[in-house]
Design a protein around this ligand. Structure first.
Ligand code: SAH
Ligand code: SF4
Length: 394
């Protein structure tokens, strides 16, 4: 007897409702949603797919914002789009450039909120550190963003818009009619390591990264996108299934006691639950290793014993360990481990067979380093969670 075929349902994407009070932003819509929207404003259904592809390429391949410049669309379509839609990205408020070339942009989004984006240039490539939320619901005790309440989730438009802001500033949109330069891109990688916990804004992050990966647009390989999470266990499998990008875990400690102090979400999903999710991570392999981020805090998590425990814990998981010297911020309750301590820790990890790069601190002079981001326009969280770690400072 043959099994009954499962009932499948076509997913209907409802186009963003034409706002009564203003034009619709086309940025951040999935391809399907964009097509549906174009049809809803009067483009004949038969042309929907083709027009969608054309508009998509203008926006994400060529960086065009003005419908008048979308020259392969008829004048009527361009006028119709201009009347009902916009191509809008966050507005740059300030831009700072560090002595080492790192760029930090402060951008303004709807509601007057501000978000930081950091671009880190390297030889023949460059990484953009993108934010997923204004503030963060979590309160990791070593993180500047953690001192700020969650103000709101960013929309997909605001997330992919950060990439578009950086491409504007880097002048990386190809000239009209010239194909996208395939190699040596200035913006070659994205890391979701700015403000916020990406897995607590999953849908918008996914939609934005799908746009970043689309071959007819920004066209970044999924291997050049890394999502960093503090350990939201249920979101980990979804990341593999629905985004397929690389994964980084903010591990930071080798006992539940210490991890719960540093990364309080550990009280909800402890080290064992987190490791199990990583063992089950479908795309993890030697060529697609999971990054364990480990912030080096003097006297807290940086002993030889910690290093040995760390390699014991992650045994069997295809992993690399990224040691991050703690970046201080005004009022931060910890100190950075000494270079010698970091080196000794790295050696133990390396001798156990793991790559253990120490993350170079970039853009410190403009407060652009990992964990230093916080929009100054937002009020600081009044009460910090109590910490009983023996820092002598908290
Ligand atoms: N919320 C996500 C992503 C943003 S934080 C997460 O926690 O993973 C990006 C990385 O910077 C995380 O590994 C985080 O733990 C680390 N970080 C935060 N504050 C830091 C600081 N002051 N110094 C060094 N790294 C820090
Ligand atoms: Fe939020 Fe990540 Fe900072 Fe923790 S480390 S407070 S999860 S941004």
């Amino acid at each position: 007897m043959t099994a009954t075929a499962p009932i499948t349902e076509d997913v209907i994407t409802i186009p963003r409702k034409l706002a009564v009070d203003g034009p619709v932003n086309l940025v951040g819509l999935s391809r399907d949603a964009l097509r549906d929207l174009l049809i809803s404003i009067g483009i004949p259904e038969k042309q929907g797919k083709m027009r969608c592809k054309q508009v998509w390429q203008w926006i994400y391949q060529k960086g065009v914002r003005d419908f008048a410049d979308m020259t392969n669309l008829s004048k009527d379509i361009r006028a119709n789009l201009a009347a009902k839609c916009v191509v809008a990205i966050p507005e740059v408020v300030t831009k700072q450039i560090s002595g080492d070339g790192t760029r930090k942009y402060l951008v303004r989004i709807a509601g007057g909120h501000e978000v930081e984006i950091v671009y880190i240039p390297e030889k023949d490539r460059g990484t953009l550190c993108v934010s997923s939320q204004v503030g963060c619901t979590l309160t990791c005790s070593f993180c500047h963003t953690g001192t700020q309440r969650l103000v709101r989730n960013l929309t997909a438009a605001e997330i992919i818009g950060q990439v578009m802001v950086a491409r504007d500033d880097l002048g990386e949109w190809p000239k009209l009619g010239v194909p996208n330069p395939p190699e040596a891109r200035l913006l070659s990688n994205i890391v979701l390591m700015g403000m916020g916990e990406p897995l607590y804004n999953f849908d918008a992050v996914r939609d934005a990264m799908k746009i970043a990966m689309d071959p007819e647009g920004i066209s970044l390989s999924r291997r050049r996108i890394t999502l960093s999470t503090s350990g939201v266990v249920p979101g980990i499998a979804r990341t593999a299934e629905e985004i397929g990008c690389m994964l980084a875990i903010s591990f930071h400690a080798t006992t539940d006691d210490v991890r719960s102090q540093l990364v309080p979400i550990n009280k909800k999903w402890n080290i064992e639950a987190l490791l199990q999710a990583l063992r089950d991570y479908p795309s993890a392999s030697n060529s697609e290793r999971i990054t364990f981020e480990y912030v080096m805090l003097k006297g807290i998590n940086d002993s030889d014993e910690d290093a040995r425990r760390l390699v014991g814990l992650i045994k069997g998981i295809p992993a690399k360990i990224n040691l991050i010297p703690f970046n201080e911020w005004p009022g931060s309750p910890y100190q950075r481990s000494s270079n010698n301590r970091i080196r000794a820790f790295a050696d133990i990890v390396f001798n156990a067979g793991y790559s253990s790069p120490v993350r170079k601190t970039r853009g410190e002079d403009i407060m652009a380093a990992c964990g230093q981001l916080k929009s100054e326009s937002e009020r600081v969280r009044k009460t910090r969670p109590k910490t009983n770690l023996n820092t002598g400072l908290s």
